[in-house]
Design a protein around this ligand. Structure first.
Ligand code: NAD
Ligand code: IPM
Ligand code: K
Ligand code: MN
Length: 369
């Protein structure tokens, strides 16, 4: 088989710092396992603005389309606070999602045993937690029209964004959630605000209909988004798969990350629709951003980026053993007590970004014999 084509897009701030550690893991795989990658790398976000004047070039979008998978870092930062809104660094990830139609963003929140004490919640609330948030990523209020800032006749202004969801958009993301649930605990909780928003009302109707027609074996429940935020903190283990729209999914997944100890622990996969040849466009990234407050200090936790690589191996390349090996190595390193500052707890051994990467590689060597 030909080498798998991977596009690596580190981005800004801690993006390149944590990506470096993920790339070292790729190198380890090539040296020690029967996998070969064809890796290319490019600039996105502020780094691309600085060199090319735009947050992402059309040729990078084309390369992402042609790749077997994209490993994305993070974009944005105060340096680009003054660039025009339509040219800001974040446009890079929004365009990739939208133009490759990466509509299903899988954000797993699992509490690893060694990190139970790193959560801000009580151990008995979070121990063993394993939830999957499926966030819609190409629709909703992020992309709905009309949008913009309008100046009215009296000179005052209005900022406008519009939440829009169509039957088709709701069905396809809900299908991903139902399919995932069947391989997990067989439960889906659909989250919206149908008490206030028509887009939420349609969401509930469509998910209910689809569940009855095609997934009667999956237990379906519904929850209003504000209650869901509260329930995630009160008793997060009540959830298996949560399916929700773009904005609620953004908020709820950052919230869920703190159950696991840190935003620096959560990976994600964003999947599109398979074409006739069975090729499915996919992008993998940590859910965190460029963390300008710690960029350059060498303290960022690289585990979400490394775990995003593991998801890439599993979902896009079918390398389940390699994915499991990487996840195992990360868990063991945490069990040995090594901690970046974001997950530090009593008795932990402090380590920085590259120290954590070193430890993962050493553990991979050990596990691989
Ligand atoms: P952020 O996720 O970058 O950081 C939030 C907090 O979490 C910060 O205190 C940060 O230090 C901490 N944190 C995040 N990742 C960490 C890690 N790996 N290790 C240790 N600590 C970590 O969110 P923000 O500060 O609101 O946003 C900063 C920039 O990132 C903004 O420009 C935002 O638009 C962008 N952003 C980009 C993406 C993306 O590229 N997909 C995602 C989220 C935010
Ligand atoms: C995320 C980020 C992005 C989002 C931003 C950077 C566009 O917060 O990936 O969670 O809001 O989707
Ligand atoms: K990111
Ligand atoms: Mn976010």
């Amino acid at each position: 088989a030909s080498n798998k084509k991977l596009l690596v897009l580190p981005g800004d701030g801690i993006g390149p710092e944590v990506m470096r550690e993920a790339v070292r893991v790729m190198g380890w795989l090539e040296q020690n396992r029967a996998v070969r990658f064809d890796i290319s790398e490019d600039l996105v976000g502020g780094a691309s603005i600085d060199v090319h004047g735009v947050p992402i070039r059309d040729e990078v979008i084309a390369a992402a389309r042609a790749a077997d998978a994209v490993l994305f870092g993070s974009v944005g930062g105060p340096k680009w606070a003054d660039v025009a809104f339509e040219n800001r660094p974040e446009v890079a990830i929004l365009r990739l999602r939208s133009e490759l139609e990466l509509f299903a963003n899988l954000r797993p929140a699992t509490v690893l045993d060694p990190l139970v004490g790193a959560s801000t919640l009580k151990p008995e609330i979070v121990r063993g937690l394993d939830i999957m948030i499926v966030r819609e990523t190409v629709g909703g209020v992020y992309f709905g029209e009309p949008r913009g800032i309008e100046t009215l006749a009296d000179g005052s202004q209005r900022g406008v964004n519009t939440e829009v969801y169509s039957t088709h958009e709701i069905e396809r993301v809900a299908r991903v959630a139902f399919e995932l649930a069947r391989k997990r605990q067989n439960r889906v909780c659909s989250v919206e605000k149908c008490n206030v928003m028509e887009s939420g009302l349609l969401w509930r109707q469509v998910v209910t209909r689809l569940g009855r027609a095609e997934y009667p074996d999956v237990e379906l429940s519904h929850m209003l988004a504000d209650n869901c935020a509260m329930q995630l903190v009160r008793n997060p283990r009540q959830f298996d798969v949560i399916v929700t729209g773009n904005l609620f999914g953004d908020l709820l997944s950052d919230l869920a990350s703190m159950l696991t100890g840190s935003l620096g622990m959560l990976p994600s996969a964003t999947l599109g629709t398979a074409d006739a040849d069975g090729r499915r466009p996919a992008l993998y990234e940590p859910i965190h951003g460029s963390a300008p407050d710690i960029a350059g200090t060498g303290k960022a936790n690289p585990l979400a980026q490394i775990a995003s690589l593991a998801m890439l191996l599993r979902y896009s390349l079918g390398l389940d053993d390699e994915a499991a090996l990487i996840e195992r190595a990360c868990t063991n390193v945490l069990a040995s007590g090594l901690r970046t500052p974001d997950i530090m707890s009593e008795g932990g051994t402090p380590v920085g970004t590259s120290g954590m990467g070193d430890a993962v590689l050493a553990e991979l060597d050990r596990l691989n014999g």
